[in-house]
Design a protein around this ligand. Structure first.
Ligand SMILES: Cc1cc2nc3c(=O)[nH]c(=O)nc-3n(C[C@H](O)[C@H](O)[C@H](O)COP(=O)(O)O)c2cc1C
Length: 322
Protein backbone atom coordinates (compact mmCIF):
# COMPACT_ATOMS: atom_id res chain seq x y z
CA UNK A 1 0.00 0.00 0.00
CA UNK A 2 1.21 3.48 -0.82
CA UNK A 3 2.56 5.42 2.12
CA UNK A 4 1.00 8.75 2.96
CA UNK A 5 1.86 11.20 5.76
CA UNK A 6 -1.78 12.12 6.04
CA UNK A 7 -2.77 8.55 6.84
CA UNK A 8 0.28 7.56 8.91
CA UNK A 9 -0.76 6.47 12.39
CA UNK A 10 -0.73 9.28 14.98
CA UNK A 11 1.21 10.20 16.96
CA UNK A 12 4.11 9.75 14.55
CA UNK A 13 7.38 8.67 16.13
CA UNK A 14 10.29 9.23 13.77
CA UNK A 15 13.95 8.30 13.97
CA UNK A 16 15.93 11.41 12.96
CA UNK A 17 18.18 11.34 9.91
CA UNK A 18 21.72 11.37 11.31
CA UNK A 19 24.73 11.20 9.06
CA UNK A 20 27.18 8.52 10.19
CA UNK A 21 24.63 6.91 12.55
CA UNK A 22 21.20 6.05 11.15
CA UNK A 23 22.41 3.57 8.56
CA UNK A 24 20.53 0.45 7.54
CA UNK A 25 21.92 -1.63 10.44
CA UNK A 26 20.83 0.94 13.04
CA UNK A 27 17.40 1.33 11.44
CA UNK A 28 16.85 -2.43 11.25
CA UNK A 29 17.80 -2.76 14.92
CA UNK A 30 15.24 -0.13 15.93
CA UNK A 31 12.49 -1.49 13.69
CA UNK A 32 12.99 -4.99 15.09
CA UNK A 33 11.99 -3.88 18.58
CA UNK A 34 9.83 -0.83 17.78
CA UNK A 35 8.12 -1.53 14.45
CA UNK A 36 5.93 1.58 14.73
CA UNK A 37 8.89 3.95 14.27
CA UNK A 38 9.24 5.74 10.92
CA UNK A 39 12.91 5.84 9.97
CA UNK A 40 14.65 8.59 8.01
CA UNK A 41 17.94 7.76 6.28
CA UNK A 42 21.17 9.73 6.65
CA UNK A 43 21.22 12.57 4.15
CA UNK A 44 22.35 11.73 0.63
CA UNK A 45 23.48 14.23 -1.97
CA UNK A 46 21.12 14.65 -4.92
CA UNK A 47 24.13 15.90 -6.92
CA UNK A 48 26.15 12.79 -6.09
CA UNK A 49 23.28 10.53 -7.19
CA UNK A 50 23.00 12.42 -10.44
CA UNK A 51 26.72 11.86 -11.03
CA UNK A 52 26.50 8.15 -10.17
CA UNK A 53 28.49 8.17 -6.96
CA UNK A 54 28.86 4.53 -5.90
CA UNK A 55 29.05 5.36 -2.19
CA UNK A 56 25.83 7.38 -2.39
CA UNK A 57 24.01 4.48 -4.06
CA UNK A 58 25.37 2.15 -1.37
CA UNK A 59 24.06 4.52 1.30
CA UNK A 60 20.55 3.98 -0.06
CA UNK A 61 20.57 0.20 0.34
CA UNK A 62 17.95 -0.95 2.81
CA UNK A 63 16.10 -3.98 4.12
CA UNK A 64 12.32 -4.29 3.57
CA UNK A 65 11.87 -4.44 7.37
CA UNK A 66 12.77 -0.72 7.45
CA UNK A 67 9.63 0.27 5.57
CA UNK A 68 8.02 2.75 5.39
CA UNK A 69 11.47 4.23 4.79
CA UNK A 70 11.95 7.96 4.22
CA UNK A 71 15.07 8.83 2.22
CA UNK A 72 16.53 12.24 2.92
CA UNK A 73 18.24 14.15 0.12
CA UNK A 74 20.19 17.38 0.18
CA UNK A 75 21.16 19.68 -2.67
CA UNK A 76 20.20 22.87 -4.41
CA UNK A 77 19.64 21.94 -8.06
CA UNK A 78 16.00 21.03 -8.74
CA UNK A 79 17.01 19.00 -11.81
CA UNK A 80 19.27 16.77 -9.72
CA UNK A 81 16.48 16.13 -7.24
CA UNK A 82 14.30 15.10 -10.18
CA UNK A 83 16.90 12.56 -11.39
CA UNK A 84 17.27 11.21 -7.84
CA UNK A 85 13.51 10.83 -7.44
CA UNK A 86 13.32 8.59 -10.51
CA UNK A 87 15.95 6.31 -9.01
CA UNK A 88 14.30 6.33 -5.55
CA UNK A 89 10.93 5.39 -7.03
CA UNK A 90 12.50 2.28 -8.55
CA UNK A 91 14.05 1.39 -5.20
CA UNK A 92 10.58 1.21 -3.69
CA UNK A 93 11.10 3.58 -0.75
CA UNK A 94 8.07 5.18 0.93
CA UNK A 95 8.82 8.92 0.82
CA UNK A 96 11.44 11.58 0.13
CA UNK A 97 12.53 14.21 2.63
CA UNK A 98 14.53 17.30 1.73
CA UNK A 99 17.19 18.58 4.08
CA UNK A 100 16.72 22.28 4.79
CA UNK A 101 18.09 22.14 8.30
CA UNK A 102 21.73 21.09 8.27
CA UNK A 103 23.86 23.82 9.90
CA UNK A 104 27.31 22.38 9.03
CA UNK A 105 29.59 25.07 7.56
CA UNK A 106 30.54 22.93 4.58
CA UNK A 107 26.86 22.31 3.78
CA UNK A 108 25.56 25.87 4.14
CA UNK A 109 28.72 27.22 2.52
CA UNK A 110 27.62 25.55 -0.71
CA UNK A 111 24.02 26.85 -0.29
CA UNK A 112 22.67 23.44 0.76
CA UNK A 113 20.87 22.35 3.94
CA UNK A 114 19.58 25.19 6.09
CA UNK A 115 20.97 27.80 3.67
CA UNK A 116 17.70 27.16 1.83
CA UNK A 117 15.84 28.92 4.67
CA UNK A 118 17.45 32.10 3.30
CA UNK A 119 16.37 31.21 -0.23
CA UNK A 120 12.63 30.47 0.11
CA UNK A 121 11.94 30.64 -3.62
CA UNK A 122 14.51 27.98 -4.44
CA UNK A 123 13.30 25.89 -1.47
CA UNK A 124 9.74 25.91 -2.85
CA UNK A 125 11.01 25.32 -6.40
CA UNK A 126 12.81 22.14 -5.30
CA UNK A 127 9.67 20.83 -3.56
CA UNK A 128 7.53 21.70 -6.57
CA UNK A 129 9.93 20.10 -9.03
CA UNK A 130 9.77 16.85 -7.07
CA UNK A 131 6.01 16.93 -6.60
CA UNK A 132 5.61 17.25 -10.36
CA UNK A 133 7.69 14.19 -11.20
CA UNK A 134 6.97 11.67 -8.47
CA UNK A 135 4.00 10.29 -6.61
CA UNK A 136 6.18 9.71 -3.54
CA UNK A 137 5.21 12.11 -0.72
CA UNK A 138 7.71 14.96 -0.38
CA UNK A 139 8.52 16.39 3.04
CA UNK A 140 11.00 18.95 4.37
CA UNK A 141 13.09 18.95 7.54
CA UNK A 142 14.11 22.40 8.67
CA UNK A 143 14.90 24.63 11.66
CA UNK A 144 12.94 27.54 13.19
CA UNK A 145 15.06 30.09 11.31
CA UNK A 146 18.55 30.90 10.11
CA UNK A 147 19.91 33.54 12.51
CA UNK A 148 16.81 34.00 14.66
CA UNK A 149 13.16 32.97 14.81
CA UNK A 150 11.23 35.61 12.85
CA UNK A 151 7.66 34.37 13.06
CA UNK A 152 6.30 36.18 10.03
CA UNK A 153 9.20 35.23 7.81
CA UNK A 154 9.31 31.62 8.93
CA UNK A 155 5.55 31.26 8.66
CA UNK A 156 5.79 32.44 5.07
CA UNK A 157 8.64 30.02 4.37
CA UNK A 158 6.56 27.09 5.68
CA UNK A 159 3.36 28.16 3.88
CA UNK A 160 5.33 28.39 0.62
CA UNK A 161 6.57 24.84 1.09
CA UNK A 162 3.03 23.69 1.78
CA UNK A 163 1.76 25.45 -1.33
CA UNK A 164 4.59 23.95 -3.36
CA UNK A 165 3.23 20.52 -2.42
CA UNK A 166 5.15 19.43 0.70
CA UNK A 167 3.14 16.82 2.56
CA UNK A 168 4.86 17.16 5.95
CA UNK A 169 7.31 19.42 7.76
CA UNK A 170 9.68 18.39 10.51
CA UNK A 171 10.89 21.39 12.50
CA UNK A 172 13.89 21.36 14.84
CA UNK A 173 13.43 23.99 17.54
CA UNK A 174 16.80 25.66 17.03
CA UNK A 175 18.09 28.16 14.51
CA UNK A 176 20.98 27.41 12.17
CA UNK A 177 23.12 29.87 14.11
CA UNK A 178 22.50 27.92 17.32
CA UNK A 179 23.78 24.69 15.79
CA UNK A 180 23.23 22.25 18.63
CA UNK A 181 23.80 24.74 21.48
CA UNK A 182 21.22 25.87 24.02
CA UNK A 183 17.84 24.21 24.34
CA UNK A 184 15.42 23.46 21.52
CA UNK A 185 12.49 25.90 21.67
CA UNK A 186 9.23 24.15 20.75
CA UNK A 187 6.94 27.21 21.11
CA UNK A 188 7.67 28.43 17.55
CA UNK A 189 6.85 24.94 16.23
CA UNK A 190 3.42 24.93 17.95
CA UNK A 191 2.65 28.39 16.56
CA UNK A 192 3.68 27.51 12.98
CA UNK A 193 1.59 24.33 13.11
CA UNK A 194 -1.55 26.38 13.85
CA UNK A 195 -1.46 27.95 10.40
CA UNK A 196 -0.56 24.91 8.32
CA UNK A 197 -2.84 22.25 6.91
CA UNK A 198 -0.11 19.64 6.50
CA UNK A 199 1.16 17.58 9.44
CA UNK A 200 4.11 18.81 11.49
CA UNK A 201 6.65 16.79 13.47
CA UNK A 202 8.60 18.51 16.24
CA UNK A 203 12.25 17.79 16.91
CA UNK A 204 14.90 18.67 19.46
CA UNK A 205 16.14 17.31 22.79
CA UNK A 206 13.62 14.51 23.34
CA UNK A 207 15.35 12.08 25.66
CA UNK A 208 12.54 10.14 27.37
CA UNK A 209 8.95 9.02 27.06
CA UNK A 210 8.00 11.77 29.50
CA UNK A 211 9.57 14.60 27.43
CA UNK A 212 7.93 13.24 24.28
CA UNK A 213 4.52 13.29 25.99
CA UNK A 214 5.03 16.83 27.26
CA UNK A 215 6.34 18.21 23.96
CA UNK A 216 3.93 16.76 21.43
CA UNK A 217 1.00 19.10 22.24
CA UNK A 218 -0.73 20.17 18.98
CA UNK A 219 1.81 18.38 16.76
CA UNK A 220 1.39 15.23 14.69
CA UNK A 221 4.49 13.57 15.99
CA UNK A 222 8.00 13.81 17.38
CA UNK A 223 11.39 12.97 15.93
CA UNK A 224 14.21 11.64 18.10
CA UNK A 225 17.90 11.79 17.31
CA UNK A 226 20.83 11.86 19.71
CA UNK A 227 19.04 10.13 22.58
CA UNK A 228 19.26 6.91 20.55
CA UNK A 229 23.08 6.92 20.55
CA UNK A 230 24.18 3.89 22.57
CA UNK A 231 20.53 3.48 23.57
CA UNK A 232 18.38 2.67 20.53
CA UNK A 233 15.73 1.11 22.79
CA UNK A 234 14.84 4.58 24.07
CA UNK A 235 12.52 4.47 21.06
CA UNK A 236 10.60 1.67 22.76
CA UNK A 237 10.10 3.77 25.90
CA UNK A 238 9.01 6.77 23.83
CA UNK A 239 6.69 4.74 21.61
CA UNK A 240 4.97 3.22 24.64
CA UNK A 241 4.63 6.61 26.33
CA UNK A 242 2.94 8.01 23.23
CA UNK A 243 0.81 4.89 22.60
CA UNK A 244 -0.13 3.57 26.04
CA UNK A 245 -3.14 1.74 24.60
CA UNK A 246 -1.01 -0.05 22.06
CA UNK A 247 1.79 -1.62 24.14
CA UNK A 248 2.81 -5.00 22.75
CA UNK A 249 3.57 -7.31 25.71
CA UNK A 250 5.06 -9.94 23.39
CA UNK A 251 8.09 -7.87 22.45
CA UNK A 252 10.98 -9.05 24.60
CA UNK A 253 13.75 -6.50 24.85
CA UNK A 254 17.37 -7.67 24.93
CA UNK A 255 19.87 -6.40 27.50
CA UNK A 256 22.22 -3.76 26.11
CA UNK A 257 25.12 -6.17 25.51
CA UNK A 258 22.89 -8.48 23.49
CA UNK A 259 21.57 -5.44 21.63
CA UNK A 260 25.10 -4.21 20.89
CA UNK A 261 26.00 -7.67 19.57
CA UNK A 262 22.97 -7.65 17.25
CA UNK A 263 24.05 -4.20 16.08
CA UNK A 264 27.57 -5.48 15.29
CA UNK A 265 26.16 -8.41 13.29
CA UNK A 266 23.74 -6.23 11.32
CA UNK A 267 26.52 -3.79 10.56
CA UNK A 268 28.81 -6.57 9.28
CA UNK A 269 25.96 -8.02 7.20
CA UNK A 270 25.22 -4.66 5.57
CA UNK A 271 28.69 -3.13 5.17
CA UNK A 272 31.22 -5.93 5.35
CA UNK A 273 33.50 -6.53 8.32
CA UNK A 274 36.19 -3.93 7.64
CA UNK A 275 33.91 -0.93 7.24
CA UNK A 276 31.52 -2.18 9.89
CA UNK A 277 34.28 -2.27 12.48
CA UNK A 278 35.38 1.29 11.73
CA UNK A 279 31.81 2.54 11.99
CA UNK A 280 30.80 0.42 15.00
CA UNK A 281 33.61 1.81 17.17
CA UNK A 282 31.75 5.03 17.99
CA UNK A 283 28.46 3.18 18.60
CA UNK A 284 30.07 0.62 20.93
CA UNK A 285 31.85 3.34 22.88
CA UNK A 286 28.43 4.87 23.53
CA UNK A 287 26.79 1.61 24.53
CA UNK A 288 29.16 1.36 27.54
CA UNK A 289 28.39 4.88 28.80
CA UNK A 290 27.76 4.88 32.54
CA UNK A 291 28.93 1.30 32.87
CA UNK A 292 31.52 0.35 35.58
CA UNK A 293 34.97 0.48 33.97
CA UNK A 294 33.48 2.25 30.94
CA UNK A 295 36.52 4.37 30.12
CA UNK A 296 38.85 1.37 29.99
CA UNK A 297 36.42 -0.60 27.83
CA UNK A 298 35.84 2.42 25.61
CA UNK A 299 39.58 2.60 24.92
CA UNK A 300 39.50 -0.98 23.73
CA UNK A 301 36.19 -0.74 21.85
CA UNK A 302 37.40 2.15 19.71
CA UNK A 303 40.25 -0.04 18.44
CA UNK A 304 38.34 -3.17 17.46
CA UNK A 305 39.42 -4.67 14.14
CA UNK A 306 37.16 -7.70 13.67
CA UNK A 307 33.68 -8.98 14.44
CA UNK A 308 35.17 -11.75 16.57
CA UNK A 309 37.11 -9.22 18.64
CA UNK A 310 34.02 -6.99 19.06
CA UNK A 311 31.76 -9.85 20.16
CA UNK A 312 34.51 -11.26 22.43
CA UNK A 313 34.99 -7.91 24.13
CA UNK A 314 31.24 -7.50 24.63
CA UNK A 315 31.13 -10.99 26.20
CA UNK A 316 34.01 -10.05 28.48
CA UNK A 317 32.15 -6.91 29.59
CA UNK A 318 29.07 -9.01 30.32
CA UNK A 319 31.02 -11.57 32.36
CA UNK A 320 32.76 -8.87 34.38
CA UNK A 321 29.46 -7.19 35.17
CA UNK A 322 27.67 -10.36 36.32
C1 LIG B 1 25.70 13.20 14.18
C2 LIG B 1 24.49 13.90 13.62
C3 LIG B 1 24.20 13.79 12.27
C4 LIG B 1 23.05 14.43 11.76
N1 LIG B 1 22.77 14.27 10.43
C5 LIG B 1 21.62 14.83 9.95
C6 LIG B 1 21.20 14.57 8.60
O1 LIG B 1 21.85 13.84 7.84
N2 LIG B 1 20.05 15.18 8.17
C7 LIG B 1 19.28 15.98 9.00
O2 LIG B 1 18.24 16.50 8.58
N3 LIG B 1 19.65 16.20 10.27
C8 LIG B 1 20.77 15.64 10.76
N4 LIG B 1 21.09 15.81 12.07
C9 LIG B 1 20.15 16.54 12.95
C10 LIG B 1 19.16 15.55 13.61
O3 LIG B 1 18.35 14.93 12.63
C11 LIG B 1 18.24 16.27 14.62
O4 LIG B 1 17.54 17.28 13.96
C12 LIG B 1 19.04 16.89 15.77
O5 LIG B 1 20.01 16.00 16.28
C13 LIG B 1 18.10 17.35 16.90
O6 LIG B 1 17.37 16.28 17.41
P1 LIG B 1 17.81 15.54 18.81
O7 LIG B 1 17.92 16.60 19.86
O8 LIG B 1 16.71 14.54 19.08
O9 LIG B 1 19.14 14.90 18.55
C14 LIG B 1 22.22 15.20 12.61
C15 LIG B 1 22.53 15.31 13.97
C16 LIG B 1 23.64 14.65 14.48
C17 LIG B 1 23.92 14.76 15.96
Amino acid sequence: MEFSWEKAKRPILALAPMEGYTDSAFRQLIKKFVPGVICFTEFTSADALKYNSKTSFQKLEFNPSEQPLVVQLFGKHPENFIESAKYLEQLGIAAIDINMGCPAKKVIGSDHGSALIKNPDLAAEIVNALVNVTSLPISVKTRIGFSSFDEEKFQKFCLNLEQAGAKLLTIHGRTTKQGFSGKADWEPIYRIKENLKIPVIGNGDIDSGETAKQRIQNLDGVMVGRATFGNPLIMHEIYNALNPENINPDIKLPDWINLAKQHVKLSVATKGEKRAMLEMRKHLAMYVKGFPGASEYRNRLVRIESEKEALGLLNEIKENSA
